[in-house]
Design a protein around this ligand. Structure first.
Ligand SMILES: [Zn+2]
Length: 173
């Protein structure tokens, strides 16, 4: 975050309604609820991009805020902008029935913790340990519990246990 465009607004958990679509776009229509996470573009050619791992783009992805577009000159201003233009390949569908602000954490802490749980093939009855119950940890507990795992939280803070354990089912400390 040092030495970048000023001013800029952070914000990489964007949920909003599609207000227009380009002529080549086909996945979304005006009015759809959509989300944008921490990246808005990548080279689209390297092996990670070809395998759906654009976050590991060998050419360097374009961050949603405090970065540049792939021309490495045009600043990206993030989710506090009044609007954003993103290729539909870097947009995720948000189910229409959801209250728009509620899924925003899934676009950052959610995917950050969902990915390793899914890659580890967590299934009912597995045991998952989560170190720390901050924003990521809390999301990891909820996701692992929703996958049927028995979750143990490792924390140095006794203060968090009574206040946060109630929203983290199947959890031991
Ligand atoms: Zn790439």
């Amino acid at each position: 975050m040092v030495g970048r465009a000023v001013p800029h607004g952070a914000g990489a958990r964007i949920v909003g309604r599609v207000t227009s679509v380009g002529s080549a776009a086909s996945k979304y229509k005006v009015g759809d609820l959509a989300g944008v996470g921490c990246l808005v573009d990548s080279c689209r050619k390297c092996p990670p991009c070809s395998d759906g791992f654009e976050q590991h783009c060998e050419g360097g992805m374009a961050l949603t805020y405090n970065g540049t577009e792939m021309d490495r000159q045009t600043p990206t201003y993030g989710g506090y902008s009044t609007q954003i233009v993103v290729d539909e390949g870097y947009v995720v569908r948000i189910p229409a029935g959801l209250d728009p602000p509620r899924p925003r954490p899934l676009l950052c802490a959610g995917i950050t913790t969902y990915s390793p749980l899914r890659q580890a093939n967590v299934k009912p009855g597995d045991r998952v340990g989560v170190v720390g119950l901050g924003g990521l940890g809390h999301m990891a507990v909820k996701l692992a519990a929703s996958m049927g795992a028995k979750v143990t939280v490792f924390s140095t803070s006794r203060r968090r246990r009574p206040t946060r354990a109630g929203s983290a089912p199947s959890t031991s400390w």
